[in-house]
Design a protein around this ligand. Structure first.
Ligand code: HEC
Length: 141
């Protein structure tokens, strides 16, 4: 429950930050006009986005995006997606970039599902090692 709540909170922060960016990009004189008048609340929302790196960034992406299908706990299957702790980096990279398992599969790896239900999320290209590191950091067995 706590994890879900945190996920929802991070999710709304993410949306807030996203909306914020849209707003900024529409303002032609952002630096001069908008920045000096940034309210305290806006500043707080922007800070964590800049600060997140490595495993923390991977966790953020997992808990805001991947849990739409996977479980908040990567050791357990979610409502659509299976557990991901046993997938090598190569497999996670293929799933995120193409939605599909790599062909050929890495030696000894057995896909958790034979379905093709995952959509590709190539916007996370550079973050895959961080997501993978986060998933491995919470692996139980
Ligand atoms: C639309 C739902 C959906 C989303 C969003 C999603 N996945 Fe998946 N994922 C799946 C499904 C379903 C499978 C099982 C194979 C299939 O049907 O594609 C899977 C399989 C995987 C596997 C292989 C697990 C194994 O051991 O067989 C990995 C790794 C993975 N996903 C990582 C991710 C990551 C990382 C994200 C977020 C960036 C993510 N997925 C987002 C649905 C999703």
């Amino acid at each position: 429950m706590k994890i879900r709540f945190t996920g929802a909170l991070l999710g709304s922060l993410f949306i807030l930050v996203a909306c914020n960016n849209v707003h900024h990009s529409e303002a032609p004189v952002w630096k001069e006009v908008v920045k000096p008048t940034l309210g305290e609340e806006e500043a707080k929302v922007e800070a964590p986005k800049e600060a997140l790196t490595g495993i923390e960034k991977g966790k953020h992406i997992w808990t805001t995006t991947c849990i739409q299908c996977h479980n908040a706990d990567p050791n357990i299957k979610g409502k659509i997606g299976p557990e991901t702790v046993d997938a090598p980096l190569e497999v996670m990279t293929a799933k995120v970039m193409t939605g599909l398992y790599p062909d050929p599969l890495p030696a000894g790896f057995v896909p958790k599902r034979k379905t093709r239900a995952m959509r590709k999320l190539p916007q996370f290209k550079d973050d895959i090692p961080d997501i993978w590191a986060y998933v491995q950091s919470v692996k139980k067995k």
